[in-house]
Design a protein around this ligand. Structure first.
Ligand SMILES: [Zn+2]
Length: 181
């Protein structure tokens, strides 16, 4: 019965509060990442913390880890292309998203990674929060991206912040509230 109840909910996206001040509906405090979930039947949205999201299916442990890492720690990539609302980055094999690619591909219809002549290319959506003027083709960047699962079960990554790789400092907007794990 309880398992059935958990199956009614799908992972939607993760939100980084940048400080551990969130509360899970179960009462757990000091939550940094809010995992937003949606009821498949009623379409109701709610959120749970990092511990509780793992109760929502065997695949949630890995989804949670990748989503929190991509958003909280970010990943490094060389900008290959900027087109319309998307940017493409070439990432190295030990990037968390590449490492767990085959596992994540089992759970989603579409996954934003392609392999081109041995290189892994990640498609990332530009959001209004990501300043595309900062991006330049051919240069290396640190990208903080939000992992979103669309209703058709396609996985999408959306840039929340970018910074030049040589400058690994957290962008000043978050500077004073960013807590390092
Ligand atoms: Zn909880």
């Amino acid at each position: 019965m309880i398992v059935k109840m958990f199956k009614e909910w799908r992972f939607d996206h993760v939100e980084d509060l940048h400080q551990c001040n969130g509360v899970c509906p179960c009462g757990k405090k000091a939550i940094r990442y809010k995992h937003h979930i949606q009821n498949r039947f009623t379409k109701e949205m709610t959120h749970v913390g990092s511990k509780c999201i793992e109760l929502f299916g065997r695949n949630m442990k890995i989804i949670r880890r990748v989503a929190e890492t991509l958003l909280g720690d970010g990943f490094t990539g060389t900008c290959k292309m900027i087109k319309n609302k998307f940017a493409q980055f070439s990432v190295c094999g030990n990037s968390i998203i590449v490492k767990h690619e085959s596992e994540l591909k089992k759970y989603f219809n579409k996954f934003p990674i392609t392999k081109k002549s041995g290189k892994c290319i990640v498609d990332v959506k530009l959001s209004c929060r990501s300043d595309r003027r900062k991006l330049k083709v051919g240069e290396k960047f640190k990208i903080w991206a939000q992992m979103k699962v669309k209703r058709n079960n396609n996985l999408e990554l959306e840039i929340q912040d970018v910074d030049k790789k040589r400058n690994t400092r957290r962008p000043s907007a978050f500077g004073n509230v960013y807590i390092k794990k």
